[in-house]
Design a protein around this ligand. Sequence first.
Ligand SMILES: N[C@@H](CS(=O)O)C(=O)O
Ligand SMILES: [Fe+2]
Length: 277
Amino acid sequence: MALLPSCPPPAPHRPLERPDPVLVAALVAGDGDTVAARLAGDELVNAAALRPYIFFDGTKPYTRNVITVNEHYALIAMCWSPGRASPVHDHAGSGCWLRVVSGELTEALYSVPWEQEEGEPCSGAAKVVTDGPLLSSGEGGEANAATGTAPVSDADSSGSDADSGDGDQRVRLVTRRPLPAGSCSYMADDIGIHAVSNSSSVTPAVSLHCYAPPFASCHVFGRVLNGKGVAGAIERVGKEVVMTFDSVGGVVLGEPGGALIKSFVPEGRGDVLMYDI
Ligand SMILES: N[C@@H](CS(=O)O)C(=O)O
Ligand SMILES: [Fe+2]
């Protein structure tokens, strides 16, 4: 059992925390293929190297474990609760390489009907569903987004109506694809926006993400609630959210109120545990 560590182990044992020269050189050169290959290979990324950073907080859809951040990239291990998902989100103009380490994820890719300018704030609707049905991997909501048939009428939102003169602001589901263990993917704003979910309702999943350059905030997208609390299509109602993290360099961060990182494995253990990938 790994209790809350007071400080990270010495750097020589934690190669993932040092800027990787291959990754840095590839990023500086704009060579995405080499970045992908580096993350897909086992030389840098392997279970033993990742294990110190794998923490789950069972109360969250996914736990963000920051392995390292430098001027070129951020390396983050995400631990996915069974059946849970990230909200639909962009990546703040950064490139996002993803490798599924264990379990199986599903990526839902959405197209956006507007040009995403760097640093451009999203027009805000007053009520945005960010952690409701949108986050489940169920069929209901996203099917609406795919067909664009869901009526949207938000009394508190000006200018976000799907039928407004500003044009169609709806986000549309393009595809949903499984990401089994070992698979890799790339995502960026010029491709679209996405939501990632753990495909399993019982098995945790772990993924490794490399963001280049690192970013401190992104936009999430949700369904506008109409006056009766009914969620419509996913629209450009994204609000800027600051990225949070649950551990850094293998050290679990405490939260006000003392919430501890909990593990799903083994079931029922309430103290801080690492999940063995
Ligand atoms: N981009 C997400 C994780 S995933 O859903 O791609 C994040 O940084 O939290
Ligand atoms: Fe993402």
